[in-house]
Ligand binder design. Structure first.
Ligand SMILES: NC(=O)c1ccc[n+]([C@@H]2O[C@H](COP(=O)([O-])OP(=O)(O)OC[C@H]3O[C@@H](n4cnc5c(N)ncnc54)[C@H](OP(=O)(O)O)[C@@H]3O)[C@@H](O)[C@H]2O)c1
Length: 320
């Protein structure tokens, strides 16, 4: 069996909670090493998950027995470490958001193309079957012609020392919660969206805490997104058509054993469909592996660039 040898760069919560267990559940992955800025933290992780504990990120890059890196670092550190990973000939699965700016995303993608290496953004929700089910309902004409997409993702405040409140590290709701709603807009409305208007509200440290945007496609179908770090929890989308409406209540964060409910409303009737539970972290890791083994990279580069373009437009439009 062909194996993908992977190293983890940074002992992040998301790595511990979801991604490393998913890596270990896939036979074609081999977890070779886990690096941290501190050896104690790396040791703690390898004691739980296996692999070799490494102190310092560069030492992981220097390993010749690793094909790919999983990088759950704050966005502000991605460009530096992705460029180093590419120099070291390693594919990268990077946590969202990939980049601080569209210019930075273009630079990373250009380098990945030149080295013929994959970089892929870890939007695992895209690989959950609930969205395929929604698309099927739309294709079957259940809601008629699609008029509009709406999505909200927000949650109550986090601990003060969370990197999401640090501007230099890429904190802020735009690169975090908003990124999901913007990515989901493209999933349903296509890639030709443009941001027509947006708003971002900042705290005293110039970190954006909540906001919203209006995105338009060339066909006139549009998306309204809302997001925040100091909000009542919501994680949903709705698709409103000429004859009905579809709602996904747990759009971005269903856990592996959770069966999401998709609601279809049509004239006078409401249908609730319970879809299968899936581990979307396993699904995206399988897709990452497939893209590497089958040399299938271009679509992922294009997805990264369109996403970073839209996040950049969202930031730029607030000055209009
Ligand atoms: N796909 C998803 O479902 C999902 C969910 C949550 C988060 N995320 C993304 O995953 C990434 C990590 O999020 P998280 O919530 O897991 O964060 P976290 O626990 O704070 O992890 C961030 C890691 O980055 C490393 N790091 C290096 N320099 C740092 C610095 N100056 N300050 C803070 N950390 C630093 C640390 O690893 P060492 O100390 O070991 O070096 C730390 O453990 C973010 O990009 C986030 O957007 C994705």
């Amino acid at each position: 069996m062909k194996k993908l040898k992977i190293g983890v760069l940074g002992c992040a919560n998301i790595a511990k909670r979801s991604v490393i267990p998913a890596i270990l559940s896939i036979p074609e992955f081999e977890l070779v090493a886990i690096a941290s800025r501190t050896l104690a933290k790396a040791n703690e992780f390898t004691a739980e998950f296996g692999g070799e504990a490494i102190e310092g990120y560069q030492k992981l890059m220097d390993r010749k027995d690793i094909d790919a890196i999983y990088m759950p670092l704050p966005t502000g550190l991605h460009e530096e470490w992705i460029m180093k990973a590419l120099v070291a000939n390693k594919h990268v699965l990077v946590e969202k958001s990939l980049a601080m700016s569209h210019v930075s995303a273009k630079k990373m993608v250009q380098n990945a193309k030149e080295k013929d290496l994959l970089i892929m953004e870890n939007f695992m929700f895209l690989y959950h079957g609930q969205h395929r089910f929604v698309k099927q309902l739309i294709e079957e004409g259940k809601i008629g012609e699609l008029r509009c997409f709406r999505s909200s993702f927000g949650f109550p405040p986090l601990a003060n020392d969370n990197f999401r409140y640090n501007k230099e590290l890429g904190g802020g709701a735009l690169l975090d919660a908003a990124a999901y709603t913007v990515r989901a807009s493209q999933l349903f409305l296509g890639n030709d969206l443009e941001v027509a208007a947006s708003t971002l509200n900042y705290n005293t440290n110039e970190v954006d805490i909540f906001g919203g945007a209006y995105l338009k496609s060339k066909t006139g179908v549009f998306s309204e997104v809302a997001f925040g770090f100091d909000n009542f929890y919501q994680c949903n989308y709705e698709l409103w058509g000429s004859k009905g409406k579809i709602t996904a209540q747990r759009a971005f964060t269903p856990t592996a054993h959770f069966k999401p409910t998709i609601t279809l409303e049509i004239q006078g009737e409401v249908f609730n469909y319970e879809v299968n539970a899936e581990n979307h972290f396993v699904n995206i890791l399988n897709e990452f592996k497939r893209c590497i083994f089958e040399n299938d990279r271009d679509k992922k580069y294009a997805e990264i660039l369109n996403q970073s373009r839209l996040l950049q437009e969202l930031k730029d439009k607030i000055n209009d």
